[in-house]
Design a protein around this ligand. Structure first.
Ligand SMILES: Nc1ncnc2c1ncn2[C@@H]1O[C@H](COP(=O)(O)OP(=O)(O)OP(=O)(O)O)[C@@H](O)[C@H]1O
Ligand SMILES: [Mg+2]
Length: 327
């Protein structure tokens, strides 16, 4: 199956303000997105997410590499490729502030050649799903930020484009509205059968909505895998060991040498170790250290790692090699 979005060796550098120095914002990125997929572009601030999204939707031209949508090259056939894409960019609400909610929807549908009559049932459905029905005649500049964001996404859905790009869709929203947007997105994506790329620096958002995540850092892809695989990969290796005694200073020293990132917490009678094993055999090294003082082991639990911890580990560069091998 041909991917619907194909990104190949794309690079983009910006010139620093008032300087000749260049910043490599995106550094030879390649990935594919297939029809119906919901892919997360996850990375810390400055990773290159917005730059990547802007290149996919034709707002920025890559310095090198190529992007195609439905096999149409976005450079040589820009307008044709762009008819397959809608984007909601961060900070740019893409809406007419002096038109009402419904008027905005009718206007953008009209722009794509859909008649007002034809689009009415779809608009009604989207107003319902986005909980904007009671605001349909309100002017956009009187809406809260969350409502504007919901409307911007609804307008993107309306265009019937195959691919929808959402740059930080929950950024700046209060917790409740953030959840609401997440829930709407999850529901609507299935029903409307679109291909969606969502960028976020918030792993919760990505874990909640996306099936696959591409993690980028410093303009490069660090990993590209299904969210469930990333969780599995790390889950088997993080352990909490409860000990019925304390570790001697020699044991602690050995632990630090062998497992530099472990944490050791103790009170008067017992202690707990949290440890990440790079290979499962390393558990024997741990036992060797415990055996030195016959430290009683009360329980060993595999930790449930959350996506946030995984993200931090990957972004910090730990285990990157292994992640790359596993995918
Ligand atoms: N117009 C610009 N001029 C100069 N540098 C830029 C410009 N836009 C982005 N950059 C730089 O390029 C890098 C990538 O920026 P980008 O906005 O793509 O990151 P991001 O992952 O979207 O970050 P954030 O999470 O903060 O939105 C950053 O170092 C940023 O400072
Ligand atoms: Mg950004």
């Amino acid at each position: 199956m041909e991917p619907i979005v194909k990104v190949r060796n794309v690079e983009k550098a910006y010139r620093k303000r008032k300087s000749k120095e260049m910043i490599q914002a995106v550094n030879s990125i390649s990935f594919d997105v297939y029809k119906g997929e919901i892919v997360g572009l996850l990375g810390p601030n400055g990773a290159g997410k917005t730059t990547t999204i802007k290149m996919i939707c034709g707002l920025l031209k890559p310095d090198s590499g190529s992007i195609s949508i439905n096999s149409i090259d976005t450079d040589s056939h820009r307008l044709k490729a762009l008819t397959h894409i809608s984007a909601v960019l961060e900070g740019n609400r893409n809406l007419y502030w002096r038109l009402s909610v419904r008027e905005n929807m009718e206007y953008f549908a009209g722009n794509r050649g859909i008649s007002r009559k034809e689009v009415a049932p779809l608009i009604n459905d989207l107003l319902d799903k986005f909980h904007l029905k009671s605001k349909e005649h309100e002017l956009v500049n009187r809406l809260s930020r969350g409502m504007q964001q919901k409307l911007a996404i609804a307008v993107a859905m309306l265009a019937e484009s195959d691919v929808i790009l959402l740059d930080e869709p929950t950024l700046g929203l209060d917790v409740e509205t953030g959840y609401e947007v997440r829930t709407i997105l999850k529901n609507i994506v299935k029903e409307y059968n679109r291909t969606i790329i969502i960028s976020s620096h918030d792993m919760d958002v990505i874990q909640d909505i996306c099936e696959r995540t591409i993690i980028i850092n410093h303009g490069s892809i660090v990993t590209d895998d299904r969210v469930e695989n990333l969780l599995k990969l790390f889950e088997v290796r993080s352990y909490t060991v409860s000990l019925g005694g304390l570790l001697s200073s020699m044991q602690q020293q050995l632990l630090t040498q062998k497992f530099p990132n472990h944490t050791y917490v103790s009170d008067s009678y017992q202690s707990t170790l949290e440890i990440d094993l790079l290979k499962s055999e390393e558990i024997y090294d741990l036992f060797d250290i415990l055996k030195l003082q016959a430290t009683p082991v009360e329980s060993i639990d595999r930790q449930t790692v959350n996506f946030e911890q995984i993200f931090m580990k990957i972004v910090k560069g730990e285990k990157t090699h292994e992640v790359a091998q596993s995918s």
